[in-house]
Structure formats: C-alpha cells, structure tokens
Design a protein around this ligand. Sequence first.
Ligand SMILES: Nc1ncnc2c1ncn2[C@@H]1O[C@H](COP(=O)(O)OP(=O)(O)OP(=O)(O)O)[C@@H](O)[C@H]1O
Ligand SMILES: [Mg+2]
Length: 452
Amino acid sequence: MRLLIIGTMRGPLATAAQIAMARGATIANAETAQQGLSVLRLRGADLLLIDIHQPIHDIVDAMRDDRISTPIIACGIDPSPDEAAAAIRAGAREFLPLPPDPELIAAILEAVTTQKHDIIWRDPAMEKTIRMAEAVAKSDASVLITGESGTGKEVIARLIHKNSKRAAKPFVSVNCAAIPDTLLESELFGHEKGAFTGASHRRIGKFEEAHGGTLLLDEISEMDIRLQAKLLRAIQERVIDRIGGTKSVPVDLRILATSNRTLPAAVAAGDFRKDLYFRLNVVSIRIPSLRERPQDILPLAHHFISHFSMLNDIPERKMTADAKRKLLAAPWRGNVRELENIIHRAVLLADGTEISPEAITIDDDPQLYRQKDIAARAIDSAESITRALVGKSVSDVEQGLILDTLDHCLGNRTQAARILGISIRTLRNKLNDYAARGIEISDGQKPSQMIA
Ligand SMILES: Nc1ncnc2c1ncn2[C@@H]1O[C@H](COP(=O)(O)OP(=O)(O)OP(=O)(O)O)[C@@H](O)[C@H]1O
Ligand SMILES: [Mg+2]
C-alpha cells in the first residue's frame, strides 16, 4: 500500500505516517498540493492523506482532469464539524481526526485494501492448481488465469506475484471490464500534457506504476479490440506510448491476465485478437469450479465464518451437521464468492449457539451468482464509479453506494461502515441526512446488531 501524504510532516501528521508505516504502508510525502499532484501523476499512489489546510477541492479537480481516482482521506487537528464536512464535500472519502488513533489508521488502511489474500484449500484438484501456480511463479512468463466467476482468479494472481522474483515490487491490477473504453487507455498507458482537453499534466498509467512488478489485467476479454493492439505492442516490445506522447517508454513487468469468458471463443467471434491470445497464453492455469473440488467447501466455510465473525464482533459459531450437509449438497454455480456471501449472511443471521441450516440461504437465482461480494463491490465502486458515472454528482454516487452497501449488510451499520471505509459516525450523519430528505433506509433484520 503506497500512501501519499500531502501536508507538512510534523507533529501528529508525522505520527500518523509512522503508524501507517508500522502497518506496512510505504509513505511518500509532498509539502504542497502541486508537489503532491506531480507525485501522483508520475508515480501513482494507492491512498492519499491530505491535511485539511491543503486545497482539497483543487486537488480533486486536478485529479479529475487527469483521470486519477486515488481515494482521499482528509485529516486535521481538532477540526470543526464544518471543516470536516467541507473536506468530505470536496471529495474526501473519510475524515481522520488528529492526533491519530492507531486503530483508526489501521482500519482505514484495511478498508482501502480490504481484499483478503488467504488461500484455503484441501481438495486434490485445487492442490494441483496451487502447485502449478507456484511453479510458474518463478518464471517470468505471462500467465492466463481462467475459471468460472468467483473461483479465485485474483487470489491465484496474487499468489503468483508473491512467489515470483518480483514479489518486493508492486502488484497492480486493472479491471478492464469496469473502466469505460474511453478511459482505459489513459489508465493503462498514461498521457502527456495536452493529450486531450483537461490533460493539464503528464500522468503515468498502470504499466508504469507496475514497473518492476506484476500487472494483472483482469477480465481482459472485455477490452476493446483497438486497445488490444496497443496492449500487444506493449507486451511484445516492452515499451508503451503514453497518449499524446512522442517517445516510447520502456517498461519491465510481468503480465497476468484473467478471463471468465473462453478466449478461443472470443477469438473465433472476432472480439479478441488471436496474436494477443497467444502472447498471453504462454502458460494457462484453469481454476476448477467449486463443484469440481468438493473437499474445499467445508474448510472454506470455516475460514469465512471466522473471518466474518471477527469483522462483525460476533462470537464465532460452529455449524450443525445439517448445515454442513446443506453446504455440501449445494450446486455452487457462483463458486467461492457465492459460498463467501452465503456464509457472510449466515454469520449475520444466526442466533443461538450454532449455525443451523435455516441461516444458510442458498439462492436459486443465477443472476445472483454473478454478483461480486460486498467488499469487492464497494472497492470496485470506489475505484470505478467516479469514472463510470460521469455526469452524476459525487453525492448521488456516494448515496447510492452507501444505501446499496447497507442493504447488502442487512442494515448492519457497523458492518456497512467498515466495508465503506468510513466511521460509524460519518455513516450515521449521512443516513440522518438522507432520512431527512425522505429517503427510505434499510433497517435490517436484526436490530440487536445495530449500533447507531
Ligand atoms: N481458495 C480461496 N481461499 C480463500 N478465499 C478465496 C479462495 N478463492 C476465492 N476466495 C475468495 O472468494 C472471492 C472471489 O475470489 P476472486 O475475486 O479471486 O474470484 P474471481 O475468479 O476473480 O472472480 P470474478 O470472475 O468474479 O472476478 C474473494 O473474496 C476471495 O477472497
Ligand atoms: Mg476477479
């Protein structure tokens, strides 16, 4: 996690930086907004921490012009409620009061990088897949990771990076399906000053951010065919061209790609370049569906029970024998992600000392299997919504995200705030605000778990 701090590094801000560093973040500091923006354009960052006395509004505007969507946390000493609210209005996702509370910083860092990276498996079919991923990790070959939706393609991509000689360098992931075609080129390759209206400065893309490390091109089958040509050149010649640039830039990275569409079929349909397919498919790893590895079901379920119980401050409950039988008999068309969602719900719904079959609600609606889990959706939204929903106001988008997340958490505000990466207080204020405007708010089904 690369944290860029904009503001003078002394006193409580320096303490915040130290805490973040102790939690594994890499820190860059810029004294002024201008310096901060150039670091952002030239090196990129995963999260911005901005002192409230900096012109946050201008920074947000400049970032929008340069199509940079790094999340922002504003911070300040003893802020008035007005100051904190103004920072949020200007575009900050959260306000961090200084002096910093170590737990709060940890929670914020975690909210921005909430992806869980543990890999759980027991089934021999998965054992084979993991061994293969570890073996190919050592080479520098491109790897195409395929598998049904929710099987763990991203999890395997991270495993490959972690076991490669590039492990100490960045792992950067781009979801080709979530970013509109018009913005994806800039996201991948960056742009030069003046490349298009609003491009007031040079901005580097994900290829350059991942320099030395690994670039994951997620859902690559969704990439526009014209952009595929540029990608092919980048992979073949190891150079990229920023939009509007006159000079190619060398890049040294490893490419991983995922797809849940069959790429040969996309090639046959003329949607995917054959030469690019061969380039990416040097090694391919197919992740078996959960149905093909039944021995993984219960170990995964136990893992998710611990995870969600801890996240919700709920005592960890065991499953009854009937509950286990129900899990083992389910069709799992949504694979591990569906199992994760179902256990998440079961953990929130279960009362009593054990998780009974009634708490395990397996949906038969195939649409649902395609849904991402709540956390992934919240993160994806945070990353792509500002780009995908151009034309909507930030507060409309934020309202939608907050209400959706609350809905998915069955009205549990603690959980929703955690997923959204905002404090309960912020969430409560926003909900009060919506309620005052007559908007209906999910009350949840289990009032005893609500804090606010
Ligand atoms: N073996 C595993 N152990 C623990 N968690 C896992 C495992 N496999 C997948 N998960 C979890 O399941 C969810 C889905 O995994 P992931 O995002 O890697 O799937 P995917 O194949 O990329 O899905 P999609 O096709 O929808 O992008 C994630 O929350 C991930 O943490
Ligand atoms: Mg994925």
